[in-house]
Design a binder for this molecule. Structure first.
Ligand SMILES: Cc1ncc(COP(=O)(O)O)c(C=O)c1O
Ligand SMILES: N[C@H](C=O)CCC(=O)O
Length: 431
């Protein structure tokens, strides 16, 4: 067993001053038992905790650190930007540069507005869709998570599902009634809801590859089908690519599946590790945003020069290095294949969903295609598995309702260590 005494001590203290001892619920290890690990530093593929234990990082700050920790070019860009002040609250040339690069990399985005988090991006995107269409309702999918905006905390995935509060108290009945929900990967359900709410739905928002109920991949033709329903019913199609944007390809999930949304929300990777979000899409819709149009959205620190510099360096790197996606895609495939081999040898055909550098292992032999599929998995076993892997020096997301994220910093030895740890831990659990 690793010595985690300093983390334990810090957690005890943190709970006196911070609700639940953490600044975001998923960090509290509630779903997996034990106390959270307090991190001191990270470099490349590894994180180091306050007790000086080293972990292979399969969270990567929940996605942003696609190049691993301590990337020299990004850190140099931040250091350079620091010399010119931390914030101006006035336009900068860097904001134009990053907007231009985003529109180049994601062709469905013609104009883009920078905000400070993924939550801000999705909240702003649905306000825009409502302002543009003059309609009130939105349709989201069970188990998808779009940040903690009131309209989205209904049948929500990620920490909301982990904590057993997919419908959060504090969301008014009035707000909740405007959020319609459907099961992911069920096109007929969407058609039926659209028919029943004709002329009332402003936006359909979806994680094109879901990562907040574990990784769940859209069925063939599903995203195309959503596009068709939206076209037929005049609904704004929003792809929430906060997680998948610049992770699954340079153009995100839409680049892989070839379906163009009207609006895309972004976050995580576009900040290179700094707090950033963005929403962008068709000119005719984006021009509804203030000051060009009537839909109000603002931010004191939006377009922050430090965050723009980190994000810009990250996006330039990804734009110039196709091999990033080849490498992390190959790592993802290797892990999925080798873990499946171990499972089979131990008499279990657990489901593994993997696309590129997003992976989830589900303790269930049935296919996992939606939130009900995830909920049917053995989450108690996941908790024990998580603790076992942690003791082997592998830091997984501390909940079944999350995807693992890979980075380019993972070496072949790291991947093999993960597979060997998996074998050891699973053997123990099944013994
Ligand atoms: C798909 C998706 N949308 C939105 C968000 C919200 O982003 P943030 O946590 O930056 O507010 C997240 C992650 O939290 C996410 O995974
Ligand atoms: N699943 C969430 C985002 O992707 C996890 C991050 C958080 O809520 O802290």
């Amino acid at each position: 067993m690793l010595d985690k005494s300093r983390s334990k001590e810090l957690f005890k203290k943190a709970q006196n001053f911070i609700p639940g001892g953490v600044n975001s619920p998923v960090r509290a290890f509630k779903a997996v038992g034990g106390d959270p690990i307090f991190i001191k530093s990270a470099k490349g593929a590894y994180m180091y905790d306050e007790d000086d234990n080293r972990y292979i990082d399969l969270i990567n700050s929940w996605g942003p650190m696609i190049l691993g920790h301590g990337n020299g070019a990004i850190e140099a860009a931040v250091a350079d930007a620091l010399k010119s002040s931390l914030s101006f609250g006035a336009p900068t040339s860097k904001e134009i540069e990053i907007a231009e690069l985003i529109t180049h990399m994601v062709p469905s985005i013609e104009k883009v507005r920078m905000v400070n988090s993924g939550t801000e991006a999705t909240m702003s995107a649905i306000r825009l869709a409502r302002g543009f269409t003059g309609r009130d309702k939105i349709l989201k999918f069970e188990g998808c998570y779009h940040g903690h905006g009131d309209s989205f905390l209904i049948a929500a995935g990620s920490g909301a599902a982990t904590m057993g509060t997919p419908n959060s108290p504090g969301v008014t009945k009035g707000t909740a009634k405007d959020t319609l929900t459907a099961p992911f990967n069920d096109l007929d359900a969407v058609k039926k809801i659209a028919e029943q709410n004709k002329g009332q739905i402003a936006a359909l928002i979806v994680e094109p590859v879901a990562g907040n109920m574990g990784c769940v991949i859209p069925k063939e033709g599903y995203l195309q089908g959503l596009r068709e329903v939206c076209d037929k019913e005049g609904i704004v199609l929003i792809f929430d690519e906060v997680m998948t944007g610049f992770r699954l390809s340079k153009a995100g999930a839409q680049g892989i599946f070839g379906v163009k949304p009207d609006i895309t929300t972004l976050g995580k990777i576009i900040g290179g590790g700094m707090p950033v979000g963005a929403y962008g899409g068709k000119k005719e819709i984006m021009d509804f945003v203030s000051p060009q149009g009537p839909v109000y959205q603002a931010g004191t620190l939006s377009g922050n020069p430090i965050a723009m510099s980190a994000g810009l360096m990250m996006l330039h790197y990804l734009n110039d290095h196709d091999e990033v996606y080849e490498q992390i895609g190959a790592s993802g495939q290797y892990l999925a294949k080798e873990i499946a081999k171990v499972n089979t040898a131990l008499g279990k055909n657990y489901t593994i969903n993997q696309l590129g550098s997003m992976i989830s292992l589900f303790f269930n032999e049935e296919a996992v295609e939606n939130f009900d599929g995830t909920k049917a998995c053995d989450t108690e076993m996941f908790g024990k598995y998580f603790q076992g892997m942690l003791n082997e020096g592998v830091y997984l997301p501390p909940a079944q309702y999350e995807s693992w994220f890979l980075s380019t910093s993972l070496s072949a030895e790291d991947l093999d260590h993960i597979v060997k740890s998996h074998e050891k831990v699973l053997k123990n659990l099944l013994a």
